[in-house]
Design a binder for this molecule. Structure first.
Ligand SMILES: NC(=O)c1ccc[n+]([C@@H]2O[C@H](COP(=O)([O-])OP(=O)(O)OC[C@H]3O[C@@H](n4cnc5c(N)ncnc54)[C@H](O)[C@@H]3O)[C@@H](O)[C@H]2O)c1
Length: 454
């Protein structure tokens, strides 16, 4: 292992700088999921030779066949860069030693107790530490609590004697990918970067500038970590607020949808958020709890986060209550009724069903004795282990007969491809948790809006 004297830090940095500038730097991405694969492709597009490292052999094999498995990443891009020798993947961590830069994009879930589960980050960093050499730039991208880069990642990387900021470079840069968003993607969403030294920040910024339009340097990894948690907490709290408003509107006989749309005409000081069946995805329901957990260490209670968590977490149950109300209007009980859930993924037009409120709605209806089925063109199969039911489900075709056979259809995800006129015409009862059906109908029960009398 070679150490870098203080005087030669600049020359180590200069070597990496010139490799980034002439694209001869070997770029590595650890974790090739929703975040890692789009980044790998952008880096390859910028002219780097990119090696993706993932434990999941199916992903590694797909990349090496030139195929994408992420909806937002076209297979033609993966194929083109793979053919050109600029994108490959490996499950073998020994590939790490040859890399000049390594971005870590592994999952950061919560434990059942809502405490952060950093095991994927720790395990990836331990593997990198075994292959670490002087001159490498390591960037953590996984969303996490402020302090992780310096308190968790840096000590592991330094275990074998190299020093961050002197022998190798270390930074944090939060990922802001929004799956399914056609306007904003990896290249045009500004990238916030914080390094453990100014040189670390500059090198990370130079790497990103090769493939991303705007880089926003901040003073430390802690600030960069906190930026991401502010962004996601902002969404969780505002969604919590508007979900609570929907419940108020339900009681008051006012349409929350009309209220939000009218309020959104204010040209300043207001930003519309919309109610729904609950939070979903790998970010908004999870990330704020990384912050509330961390601040407990310093004796602080993150009340907005906890409150938003309660309100948002209860939304699937309100949807189930609406289903019960709708069935009641036809003198039916939930038990024994056929309920068709429309949409399983956590948001419109994506196939990601992680933390989706649809799973809670399905489970609650099943527990109450409803005969559940679902339709989602993005989720053809729903194995029993993915929802707390005991059996596998398969998406049923959305035919007139399917709609007519169900006692109630529940819109959970407002996919663009759904034919809402047909749903309205043929379903006996509809519960709409997304304001997908704009016109009022006596048999459509909308979350946060009065039901029209016959
Ligand atoms: N998905 C999003 O929309 C999104 C948006 C912004 C930020 N993030 C954050 O980015 C991070 C990654 O999220 P994601 O959605 O891409 O997750 P993902 O589950 O889609 O991908 C993570 C990948 O990491 C791999 N992996 C796990 N441990 C590994 C290891 N030790 N070595 C190599 N590979 C390993 C997994 O096999 C998987 O392919 C998380 O912290 C998440 O909070 C996600």
């Amino acid at each position: 292992m070679t150490h870098t004297s203080a005087s030669s830090v600049t020359s180590v940095a200069e070597t990496l700088r010139s490799k980034i500038a002439d694209r001869s730097a070997r770029v590595g991405i650890v974790g090739l999921g929703y975040v890692g694969l789009p980044l790998a492709v952008e880096m390859a597009r910028a002219g780097f030779h990119v090696t993706g490292i993932d434990l999941d052999r199916r992903k590694v094999d797909a990349i090496n066949r030139g195929e994408s498995y992420i909806q937002d990443v076209p297979t033609r891009d993966v194929a083109e860069f793979h053919r050109a020798g600029r994108l490959s993947a490996s499950a073998d961590p020994s590939a790490l030693a040859a890399l000049d830069t390594i971005n870590i994009c592994v999952p950061t879930p919560l434990r059942k107790t809502k405490d952060p589960d950093l095991s994927y980050v720790v395990s990836a960093v331990e593997t990198i530490a075994q292959h670490l050499r002087a001159g490498q730039l390591i960037i953590l991208e996984s969303t996490t609590y402020p302090g992780t880069t310096e308190e968790v990642v840096q000590p592991i990387l330094e275990r074998r004697g190299l020093t961050a900021g002197r022998d190798f470079f270390l930074a944090f840069s939060p990922e802001r990918v929004d799956p399914g968003n056609e306007k904003w993607h990896t290249k045009n969403v500004p990238k916030v970067v914080g390094g453990i030294t100014p040189e670390c920040a500059t090198l990370a910024a130079e790497l990103y500038s090769a493939s991303i339009d705007t880089v926003v340097p901040v003073s430390s990894p802690k600030v960069a970590e906190m930026v991401k948690l502010l962004e996601n907490t902002f969404r969780a709290v505002n969604i919590g607020l508007v979900n609570e408003l929907a419940l108020m509107c339900d009681r008051l006989g006012i349409s929350v949808w009309e209220v939000v749309d009218a309020a959104a005409t204010k040209p300043f000081g207001f930003m519309p958020f919309y109610p729904g069946p609950g939070l979903g995805g790998h970010c908004i329901p999870i990330d704020p709890f990384y912050l509330s957990w961390k601040v407990k260490e310093v004796g602080f209670e993150a009340r907005f986060i906890e409150l938003a968590g309660h309100v948002n977490g209860a939304m699937p149950h309100h949807v189930v209550e609406k289903v019960a109300d709708a069935l009641n209007s036809h003198s039916k009980a939930v038990r024994g009724s056929r309920v068709l859930v429309l949409g399983i993924s956590y948001k419109r037009d994506v196939n990601d069903m992680r933390e989706s409120p649809a799973l809670d709605v399905l489970a609650a209806l099943h527990q109450k004795g409803a005969l559940v089925s679902y339709h989602d063109p993005f989720v053809p199969e729903l194995p029993g282990r993915e929802w707390p039911g005991e059996f596998d489900l398969t998406s049923v075709p959305l035919t007139t007969e399917t709609l007519e056979r169900a006692d109630c259809a529940v819109i959970i995800t407002d996919h663009h491809g759904f034919d809402y006129d047909r749903i309205t015409r043929h379903a006996r009862l509809v519960v709409d948790s997304r304001n997908a059906i704009k016109k009022p109908h006596p048999h459509v029960f909308k979350l946060g809006a009065p039901t029209v009398k016959r």
